[in-house]
Design a protein around this ligand. Structure first.
Ligand code: FES
Ligand SMILES: [Fe+2]
Length: 451
């Protein structure tokens, strides 16, 4: 595999799978190619469904120079349109709201129903008949499907359905009932880096030792001491880790789950380290499930999922969305390009709430800069490397990234899947590549994507 060269005629393509040329992260032409050939052909997470909880609620989703309106329908499905009046192109909506009485263009007052159908042309008689063909006056529909608690859009009518495009992550996240999660907190970061550089800072564990030394807790990372294993010290270390992932990671572990773990501090563990760790995990899983079910939240049996081999820690949903489950909750990330060297990264902390809970509609956060002192410790550490990396790429002597085949294979698989889109391959040939990337990304081997 190491020597296989790509056959795709894409400028700056990943020819050797463990070398990624720097132009992919800064060249304006490459960015333009992504804008033409990648983004309009992929499923994009456009909004969380709790942003549009009631029929006729809408939310605007912007990517590159495009704006899409996502609407909750009466039967609680979702639909979407391009946000441009069919008269002279004005964006019909900004932000979010309810369209119970339809939409009205702020310029000359053309009206559209919540289904996007044209519902009125002001001073209609002044237009020639050929400018009033009914099918030309409706807002241009965009494919929109709900999955996993989110509305997804795709500008490509030939793309397979969203769920198929997100496999195998979709099935595993369905088993975990990802759709029952709701927003607890929502943050946004403006990062002075290419969107792929931002994504790739999170898909390997190689950087953890150097960048996040506080996470090197032996029972979670690396070897554990077989000699002199002390169950109490182990529990302390594990709770410390959960706290670090909760406070330090903007709520990746729900605070409630950390409290549940703290309540189990006195549990009796066997002396054998492997058995002890198994017992602890099983006990904690059970306690988390019981606590959430008692308060009326929807949660699957976590031990049952583990027994079925479902590894619930991290899923990349190609191209720009992550779900990182921990016990009952998750962090979720979305990355959107704002320019060749600028990215909007959003972080959600997602939790399970009793089904009877009335939750406030989440509203998009004001983006903070990468060095904003309000970031918790773990993103602060990642965000301090990223701008330095983007600037470093400009060095005249730097040509390409050298990936560790053993630790950074996912980056290669991700970049080569992008090349498949840039080469204009048909969706059927891209599906196996998507299946290679919609996975747990750590320590993935470099895979043959079939092109
Ligand atoms: S641009 Fe919308 S009514 Fe004129
Ligand atoms: Fe990190």
């Amino acid at each position: 595999m190491g020597e296989k060269r790509s056959t795709l005629a894409v400028p700056y393509a990943v020819d050797l799978p463990d070398r990624v040329r720097k132009e992919r992260y800064l060249d304006a032409g490459f960015y333009e190619m992504e804008a033409e050939l990648l983004w309009p052909r992929v499923w994009q997470m456009a909004c969380r469904l709790e942003e549009i909880p009631a029929p006729n609620d809408f939310a605007e989703y912007e990517f590159l120079d495009q704006s899409i309106v996502v609407v909750r329908t009466d039967d609680l499905g979702v639909r979407a349109f391009q946000n441009a009046c069919r008269h002279r192109g004005v964006r019909i909506v900004q932000g979010r709201g309810s369209c119970e009485r339809g939409f009205q263009c702020p310029f000359h007052g053309w009206r559209y129903g919540p289904d996007g159908a044209n519902a009125g042309v002001t001073q209609r008689r002044t237009f020639a008949e050929h400018n009033l063909a009914p099918e030309d006056l409706d807002l241009v529909p965009v494919r929109c499907e709900a999955w996993g608690g989110c509305a997804w859009i795709n500008l490509d009518d030939d793309a397979p359905p969203v769920r198929e495009s997100l496999e195998p992550a979709a099935s595993m996240l369905d088993a975990w009932k990802v759709e029952s999660l709701r927003t607890e907190r929502w943050f946004a970061a403006r990062l002075p880096v290419n969107w792929k550089l931002a994504i790739e800072a999170f898909v390997e564990m190689y950087h953890v030792v150097q960048t996040h030394p506080q996470l090197i807790i032996p029972t979670r990372f690396g070897r554990r001491d077989e000699e002199g294993f002390d169950p109490d010290a182990f529990i302390d270390a594990d709770i410390q880790y959960l706290r670090a992932m909760s406070d330090g990671m903007a709520g990746m572990t729900p605070a409630g789950d950390v409290r549940i773990a703290e309540g189990l501090r006195d549990v009796e563990l066997p002396a054998d380290p492997t058995l002890a760790i198994e017992t602890w995990n099983r006990t904690l899983n059970d306690a988390v499930v019981r606590w959430h079910r008692d308060r009326g939240a929807d949660i699957p049996d976590l031990n049952d999922l583990e027994a079925r081999g479902i590894n619930l820690t991290f899923f990349h949903c190609f191209p720009h969305y992550f779900v990182l489950p921990m016990y009952s909750g998750a962090s979720s990330y979305r990355f959107r390009p704002l320019g060749p060297e600028e990215t909007l990264m959003e972080i959600w902390s997602l939790e399970r709430f009793p089904e009877s809970d009335e939750r406030e509609q989440p509203t998009p956060p004001e983006p903070w800069e990468a060095d904003d002192p309000r970031w918790p410790p773990i993103p602060t550490q990642d965000f301090s490397n990223l701008p330095r990396q983007q600037r470093g790429l400009h060095a005249r002597g730097f040509e390409y990234m050298r990936l560790s085949e053993g630790l950074e294979g996912h980056i290669s698989n991700f970049e080569r899947t992008i090349d498949g889109f840039l080469a204009g391959l048909p969706h059927q040939r891209l599906l196996p590549a998507l299946a290679a990337v919609n996975v747990y990304p750590f320590e993935q081997p470099i895979l043959d994507l079939g092109f």
